[in-house]
Design a protein around this ligand. Structure first.
Ligand code: PGA
Length: 254
């Protein structure tokens, strides 16, 4: 049985005060049994990682980074390396979010390098993939997602990607309030699982966790998470308030 994941992606939101408020509120409403059946992860801006780690040190909640440099160290002003994340105890990191691909022109090759840096530092990647609306309307969505995964992930050795978590995030669904329907998401998740089955074997594919992201909310999470190949969500807007993230967590335990 694959354990579900409820992962918040805070993007570039919150002040220190708001982070502390969230942490207190989330700890107040979440019991240990809520955290047994699904894993909760919070992907926060770098400067809040240590604060969150100290707030959640006694809770079974994983704190992760939203990005990592493809370089190991050196003259890259403003960048944060995988060894730095490792040095503060970070074990999970998002790679290839569509906002990084779009606003920072990150390429599949660059993302492949990032995955290697994470592997070297024993950090588990949450690798994002997903198509634009035009690509879906042209019937090209499966090709786009296949190429993203093959170029960045499956071109590595299995040893390097064995712990990966995939997040399917159709770009047209991110931050728009229009989520992929459970059928559309399930169809793509099954496609991704089959791709891994073909390339890495049935057993690998059977344990691979594939999250859905794009306008997940307390209203739609239960019907999305109920589908066979959807192992939880990567949640942006609805993860910013403790109450709505908690409702989504409850639906993952339903
Ligand atoms: P959203 O963002 O839930 O606000 O659509 C999801 C994401 O970008 O990870």
């Amino acid at each position: 049985m694959r354990k579900k994941i409820v992962a918040g992606n805070w993007k570039m939101n919150k002040s220190l005060k708001e982070v502390e408020h969230f942490a207190k509120a989330f700890i107040d409403i979440t019991s240990d049994s809520d955290l047994k059946r699904s894993e909760v992860m919070l992907f926060a801006p770098y400067i809040f990682l240590s604060t969150l780690q100290s707030h959640f040190s006694k809770k079974n909640i994983i704190i992760g980074a939203q990005d990592v440099s493809e370089h190991e160290k050196g003259a890259y002003t403003g960048e944060v390396s995988a060894p730095m994340l490792k040095s503060i105890g970070i074990k999970y990191c998002i790679v290839g979010h569509s906002e990084r691909r779009k606003y920072h022109t990150e390429t599949n090759d660059q993302l492949r390098e990032k995955l290697i840096r994470l592997y070297e530092n024993k950090i588990t990647p949450v690798f994002c993939c997903g198509e634009q609306l035009e690509e879906r309307n042209n019937g090209n969505h499966f090709n786009v997602v296949r190429n993203q995964i093959i170029d960045s992930v499956l071109s590595l050795s299995e040893e390097m990607y064995k712990n990966i978590i995939i997040a399917y995030e159709p770009i047209w669904a991110i931050g728009t309030g229009v989520n992929a329907s459970p059928d559309e998401a399930q169809e793509m998740h099954a496609f991704i699982r089959q791709l891994f089955s073909d390339e890495a074997g049935k057993e690998f594919a059977a344990q691979l966790r594939i999250l859905y992201g794009g306008s997940v909310s307390p209203e739609n999470s239960e019907s999305l998470f109920a589908r066979k190949d959807i192992d939880g969500g990567l949640i942006g807007g609805a993860s910013l308030a403790a109450e709505s993230l908690y409702s989504i967590l409850q639906s993952s335990n339903a």
